[in-house]
Each structure stands twice: as structure tokens, then as C-alpha cells.
Design a protein around this ligand. Sequence first.
Ligand code: FRU
Length: 502
Amino acid sequence: MISQILRDARKYEETTEKINSDTIRPAFHLSTRVGWMNDPNGFSFYKGEYHLFYQYHPYNSHWGLMYWGHAVSKDLLHWTYLPAALAPDTAYDRDGCFSGSAVTLPDGRQLLMYTGVLKETQPDGSTCDIQTQCIAVGDGIDYEKYLKNPVLSEKDLPEGASKYDFRDPKIFQKSDGSFGCVIGNCDSKKDGQILLYNSLDGFNWRFDKILEANKGRLGKMWECPDFFTLDGKQVLIISPQDMMPQGFEYHNGNGTVCMIGEYDEETNIFQEEHTQTVDYGIDFYAAQTVLAPDGRRIMIGWMQNWDTCNMNSSEQPWFGQMSLPRELSIKNGRLIQKPIKELDNIHKNEVRYENITFTDIIKLEGIKGRKIDMELNLQSNSEQNIYRKFAVRFAQNDTYQTSISFRPYESIIKVDRKFSGSRRAIIHQRRSLVRNENGKIKLRIILDNFSVEVFVNDGEQVLSTTIYTDLKADHISFFADGLVTMDVVKYDLIAEDVYGEN
Ligand code: FRU
């Protein structure tokens, strides 16, 4: 049975989407159908398609009462919207259906596990959100909430664990077919921790242990965990709130962090060996992964930043987009992220230059655009004469530009959107330490109307940033202080009609 609240949202999104059909959106990054989008939820492969749900407030372009939006795709680039999947329509989730995940049950149904939010009035009249874990089961379009919800609540918490910060269940299947689930939480000192629960059938859950605890290292509350094996290692991804930077890692605020280590399925002990930032740009949070049918571990994140995302006008019909899905691997103990290989299928109009040596500013015939995949291979023209700075400027005209610059002596790459059209005193720059040898470095830059994602040295670092520049600003230029020798390959990214059905 579909509730009236969900039926209203489904009707609203369908009619409002038509009214706003001429607004310009990202071409191949998933954006919200209408209203507001945050975290990716329930990222899964079900009945032959990828399903991506998302935190969703259909009724305006700001965060509010949370629903789950829903879209499907065959290639993670062409998305088709489905009706909203979950609404805050039940006694235990009437103040929001927060983030969660999806698995396929042995009987073929899809199980969603999400956080139900209920406001509790405090003695002083203020309110706090009580968070519990709830289940809904469905066929890929309609989902029915489980009669015994919530399946995890205060009574299932270890001593000192907060019932107010208990959210974002991510289910995974173990090698014996049973299920595990990691959930974000904080302890009595408001310090982040990840709780591990087990279930034989996906419905009945038991607390197992505190899988990992912050102990004051990385921010405060830990949100949106994911936990999976990758290249013989175990990976725990978390999104801590309120972090303080340490060198070039863990930039201020909310960000996503990856811990790589060993995991013993018998004892459920996770031994952390290496920890790093996932994305060194401005906009990336609440990442979630899926195991593709061909064995790839693919990650997607919300391409936004909580500290800068509420500047948009309420008149805007939609706000929020996902990152490009990325294929993950581990090399030398570090996380490597590459754009999904499906991106190559939408390459058009190749433009290629080899061995161009230049100084000062150049433009190259055929190199422009706001939906492009461009790879730059840079080097110095001699080992004795390393250039001091390189920059590529894009989304550019006489008024605007965004840039990626690189200084080989410091080995630092920087994204700068100060001149992207922003009128707010928000963060406009981020830097990352990268690897280079005498100025040799590879940059893959992906633009999609309102974003830039830079993959450095085949995915050793990624920097993702949104921009809101007028689309007429589509020039690209290159700058060198010193002599740079460069190869360029550029493709337009054209996402229409690859399958003739979107
Ligand atoms: C992370 C988050 C989650 C929560 C959701 C609410 O961005 O705060 O912890 O489930 O957003 O929309």
C-alpha cells in the first residue's frame, strides 16, 4: 500500500518536472528530479540495472523533510527517474527517511534499510532527533515498510552510544550468505564510531561490536559508512563531520575518509593500516559503493559540501548532483579512483595534440567546451629546466574562469573557482599534494556543465568541485611559467541517445 504522503510526492515530482523541463542540468551526472538532493542511498545492481536512491526533499531546493528519490541506469551515465521510493509517512519515521542501503534477498525482492527519524521534545522545549533503523521491501519500484519496524533502536546500542546520532546503515553480504551492517554513531563524548550488526535473514539484527572508533582523531560524528573488500584488503569509508585539517589531509569541515586494512570475518576485527582523504576538492561527501556484475567496486558521492550548499535561491527548481561514479582499486596501499570505463562510450569529436612546447598563455584550436573529458600529459622540456607553474583555465570567457594549477617544485595541485561567478565568501580553493618527477604529471579533467573533476596520475588523487558559471563561458586556455611540454587529448561528452531509449 502506497501512503497518501508518498502518492502526493510522486504526483508532485511528475508534474513539477514537466514544468521545469527546460532548465539546464548536468548531462551525465545524476541530479535531483525536482527540489533538493543529498546523499546517494541504496546504490545497487538489481534486476539488470543500477539503482541509485538519494536523500530527497521534493518540495523545494533546500534540505527539509527527507524522502528517498530513485533513478535507474544501465551504464551509470544515462539515468531514468523512477517514482520516489520512500516517504516519511509512518509513526517511527515521520520526521524523515534518512540515508541507507539496499541488498537483494534470496527470494529476489530488494530490501532497503534506512534511518527513521522521530523528533523528541526535551524538558526545555527543544527537540532532538531519535534515529532508528528501518526496513522496506519491494520490487524495484514500490517498497513496503516492514511491520516490525524499527528493526534497530536504542535497546540495540552498546553502552554510552547515542540514540540521537545513530544513522546511515550500509548492509553487505558475507561469504556465508548472511548479512552484516555498518552504522554511523557517536559515543557519550560525541566522538564518532562505527557499529557492526549481523543478521541471517536481513530482517532480524543483532549488535556485534564497535568496528572502529575515532578516539578524537578525525572530526566528531561519523556518518555514512561503507565496508567492503578490495584487492585483497578491507576498506572502511566514513564521512566525519567537523574535521580539522592535518597537513593536506582531512580538509576543514565535513569530508570523506577511507581506511584501508585487514579484516577477519571470524572475529570481525578490522585492523586499520592506512587512512587518507577520498577527494581533495571542495565538493564530495557521503560516498557509497556498489559491486558491479563484472566485479568492479564502483563508488559515487554527493558532489556538494554541507558548508556551502544552502546559498542557492529557493526559486531554483532543483539543487544537488552526484559525482561521476568511480572505479576503485588499491595500489601501494592507497586508494586509486578512476572514472568508470563507460565514460569512453560517450566520447565524441576527438582532438589531439602531441608534444606542444609552450610558455605564457596558449589556446588550442578545437579545445573548448563544458562537457568534456580531457587528458593532459605534462613534462618539462629538459630535466635541468623544470617549469615553475602550469595552469589550465576553463569555463572561461572575459569575465569568468576556473583553474587547475600545478607547481612542480612544491608538487601541489590547486583548484580555484574564485572567478567562477560566485558572489559569496565561501571556500573557492583547495590544494592537494601529488606525485611528479621533474614536472611530469598526468591530469584527466572531466567537465559536465556545472562541475569539474580532476583525476591526477591515473587516480592517485581526485579533486571534485562544483561551479555555477554561465554556460556561454566555454573557453579553455593553458598557462606556463617556464617551458612546458604537453600532450592533450580531448573528447566532447555526449550522453544523448547512446541506447536510443533515453
Ligand atoms: C549526511 C547526512 C546523513 C543523513 C542524511 C540526512 O550527509 O547527514 O548522515 O542520513 O544526510 O539527509
